[in-house]
Design a protein around this ligand. Structure first.
Ligand code: HEM
Length: 119
């Protein structure tokens, strides 16, 4: 948990899958199912932040600035998941948030993979 990134990777991979399941359910008009998946997804936000914070707490001394940015961009990704699902439910436009989600995901994957732990 502290020295390996497996737990962290597991939580964000599951969150990405849940996010797309929620989008699919919304598009299929299954709003009750979407609500349940959205609730579970929110639990995974907490697990991502918990596992990310444990890694941060133990290793950010290696490069505090880059680790700080990595954490912030990770939270930005979570914010975009949430904005998209909430705006979809309200029938508001989501285009800009899809662009921001892709941008934030590319940056967080790049930063995560270029930091020294894990791959
Ligand atoms: C959906 C959101 C997130 C995604 C997609 C993501 C993605 C990643 C990836 C790809 C890695 C590299 C794993 C490896 O090389 O084995 C990583 C590592 C890490 N993440 Fe995240 N992350 C997210 C959220 C967060 C948050 C919110 C935090 C902080 C609170 C955080 C802190 C860290 C730390 C400290 C590492 C270790 C960096 C290293 O030295 O390799 N992440 N993350």
């Amino acid at each position: 948990m502290f020295d390996q990134t497996h737990a962290h990777i597991t939580t964000w991979v599951i969150a990405i899958i849940l996010f797309f399941v929620a989008v699919g359910l919304h598009n299929a008009g299954k709003n009750k199912g979407m609500k349940i998946v959205h609730m579970v997804l929110r639990l995974f936000y907490l697990l991502i932040i918990l596992t990310g914070s444990l890694l941060f707490w133990k290793h950010s001394g290696i490069d505090p600035a880059l680790y700080g940015i990595k954490g912030l961009v990770g939270i930005w990704v979570i914010g975009m998941f949430e904005m998209l699902l909430v705006r979809m439910n309200k029938g508001k436009s989501t285009k800009i948030f899809w662009i921001l989600l892709i941008l934030s995901l590319v940056i967080v994957l790049y930063l995560g993979l270029s930091l020294p732990l894990g791959w």
